[in-house]
Ligand binder design. Structure first.
Ligand SMILES: NC(=O)C1=CN([C@@H]2O[C@H](COP(=O)(O)OP(=O)(O)OC[C@H]3O[C@@H](n4cnc5c(N)ncnc54)[C@H](O)[C@@H]3O)[C@@H](O)[C@H]2O)C=CC1
Ligand SMILES: O=C(O)C1=N[C@H](C(=O)O)C[C@H](O)C1
Length: 246
């Protein structure tokens, strides 16, 4: 496949390595220094585009790929407030997009186990639940997309929870946490690729489910596999459609 990399930072560069290893060609690389090269005609040289850019840039990049009619894998997080609008536009224009807050196999297994555990916990109301995430200090969005997916997996399956709230580095955004809220506690610490923990606590004990990324290779390989999976497909997909764990 010919691949366009939109965003050539920490992730874009590792994705390039895996793409070449798997026999693909990178025909376009977009970073902050050559944003003007992100044109419809340049994108049309690619079979698929992979966006790991910034929360602010993602929406414009998605629309440019729609205009070029190039299938797109979006790993960028921090734009999910506009998810429904993008889904509608994708389907309306017969475009193709696959997004995911986390492309690693381990985290996708973790997402599934989190949902199963949340369902079980309906029978054990003595436990309260919270999500913790730790990332490097360059991360622009909070909470992480992965933490949002975990909190949403809990809310969809645990009847006593209906929304999440976030605090960053111990600074609460609300005065009192309500019973029906899931707290996502975010921390930013130098050089951490991504650690996520779901914690159920009662007065007598705690159950922790934890995923620690040792490096970014799992995310990057997953993005290339997702781009391969998207070949000859049309529509709006999530990474969970590949793992098919339901
Ligand atoms: N879904 C997943 O599995 C993962 C998602 N991510 C997400 O991917 C995104 C990128 O992460 P990193 O590579 O660590 O960040 P980074 O800061 O190292 O790289 C971002 C790149 O985007 C470029 N950029 C800035 N404005 C742009 C624009 N308008 N168009 C295209 N490129 C632009 C920058 O020059 C930079 O090269 C973040 O949103 C992060 O949360 C990161 C790891 C895994
Ligand atoms: O910004 C990152 O680095 C990461 N972002 C994703 C997220 O927001 O969940 C995935 C991974 O945790 C690394």
């Amino acid at each position: 496949m010919n691949i366009a990399l939109i965003g050539y930072g920490k992730m874009g560069q590792i994705i390039e390595r895996f793409a070449i290893e798997r026999g693909h060609e990178v025909v376009l690389k977009i970073g902050r220094d050559n944003l003007a090269d992100l044109t419809v005609s340049n994108l049309r040289k690619a079979d698929v585009a992979i966006d790991f850019s910034t929360p602010d840039a993602a929406i414009n990049n998605i629309y440019t790929c729609f205009e070029a009619n190039v299938p797109l894998v979006v790993g960028t997080t921090g734009w999910y407030g506009q998810l429904q609008e993008i889904k509608d536009e994708c389907l309306r224009g017969n475009n193709t997009l696959l997004y995911g807050s986390n492309f690693s196999i381990g985290v996708n297994l973790f997402f599934h186990i989190n949902e199963v555990l949340a369902k079980v916990m309906n029978n054990y109301p003595v436990y309260d639940v919270q999500v913790e995430e730790i990332h490097h200090t360059q991360k622009l969005d909070s909470p992480s997309g992965t933490a949002m997916t975990l909190a949403e997996g809990i809310i969809e399956n645990l009847d006593r929870k209906s929304e999440w709230v976030n605090e960053l580095d111990g600074n609460p955004t609300i005065d009192v946490l309500k019973q029906e809220q899931v707290l996502i506690a975010s921390q930013r610490i130098e050089n951490i690729p991504g650690t996520h923990t779901v914690i159920y606590s009662s007065e007598v004990d705690e159950i922790e489910l934890k995923h620690t990324a040792h490096n970014r290779a799992g995310f990057a390989l997953g993005a290339v596999v997702a781009a391969e999976w998207l070949q000859n497909k049309q529509g709006f997909y999530n990474i969970s459609d590949i793992f098919n764990l339901k």
